[in-house]
Design a protein around this ligand. Structure first.
Ligand code: FES
Length: 124
């Protein structure tokens, strides 16, 4: 039905995402699932691939630790690059001028969902 949500694309309930806050996720099957994260600021939620444009490492070491503590800026723990929450653009650090790869997400019925436009790998 048109009003139902695709449970395979649920990232998390919105109320579990602090404001500001972040949540990592893995979606899809097979050896190379999609690894991403979402960040929330006010009424907006933004999604990104968990891949730093500097050297290709994940941005976090600890689960869900994507933001500067107590702040509203995305940080890569590897070499300290900072990124704007709303755009993923690098604000400072070794990848200045580059940006995170955006993942379109939306909120529906109280859940944060990955958009249908993002392909998920099929293991077959
Ligand atoms: S890998 Fe992210 S700043 Fe170097």
């Amino acid at each position: 039905m048109a009003d139902e949500i695709d449970t395979t694309r649920v990232i998390c309930p919105l109320h579990e995402l602090a404001d500001p806050g972040a949540r990592g996720f893995t979606m899809g099957q097979g050896e190379w699932p999609l690894k991403g994260f979402v960040v929330r600021q006010g009424g907006h939620v933004y999604g990104y691939v968990n891949y730093c444009p500097h050297a290709g490492f994940p941005l976090n070491w600890q689960p869900d630790q994507f933001l500067v503590p107590g702040g509203n800026t995305i940080r890569c723990v590897m070499h300290g690059a900072l990124f704007e929450m709303e755009t993923g653009s690098c604000l400072s650090g070794p990848c200045l001028g580059l940006g995170l790869q955006r993942l379109p997400v939306h909120v529906r019925h109280g859940y944060v969902l990955l958009d249908d436009s993002v392909p998920l790998r099929d293991p077959n």
